[in-house]
Design a binder for this molecule. Structure first.
Ligand SMILES: [Zn+2]
Length: 139
């Protein structure tokens, strides 16, 4: 085998391997696997449980497939908000409202970030600064 034919064979093999690598890379970077933030619409890494840019997190939902609530979907964030509200009421009843403020404040921001109206307000005003915290108004 001549040297020219050997070099041509190596170049062709290298091009085939390069082409396969490009195909694999394109398949892994397809748009169907990207998570898009529901708050700021930026691309989120697949391992993120919430957006590191704006703090938005997907709403957990419970879909019933059997029983009296079959084919109904329940948003768990609403149930969590109800539980946090009952916790706040209980803490106020025992005179320890200050201890409940961090949990109430966190739940407020979480629900605000899920709200389309809040996201629209952020986009319309072009601000990244949050609105005044409810706990600051209570103090
Ligand atoms: Zn975001």
């Amino acid at each position: 085998m001549s040297t020219g034919a050997l070099i041509a064979l190596i170049v062709v093999a290298a091009l085939v391997i390069l082409g396969l690598l490009v195909l694999v890379a394109k398949r892994n970077a397809s748009a169907t696997q990207q998570k898009i933030c529901g708050g700021c619409r930026r691309v989120m890494l697949p391992v993120w449980t919430k957006c590191l840019f704006c703090g938005w997190s997907p709403v957990a939902k419970l879909q019933f497939i059997l029983g009296p609530m079959a084919n109904q979907v329940l948003a768990l964030s609403e149930e969590r908000w109800n539980a946090v509200a009952r916790y706040g009421e209980a803490m106020i009843a025992v005179g320890a409202a200050a201890d409940a403020l961090p949990a109430l404040e966190e739940a407020y921001w979480e629900s605000a970030r899920q709200s389309p109206a809040y996201r629209e307000w952020l986009e319309r005003t072009g601000t990244s600064a949050p609105a005044p915290a409810p706990a600051a108004a209570l103090r």
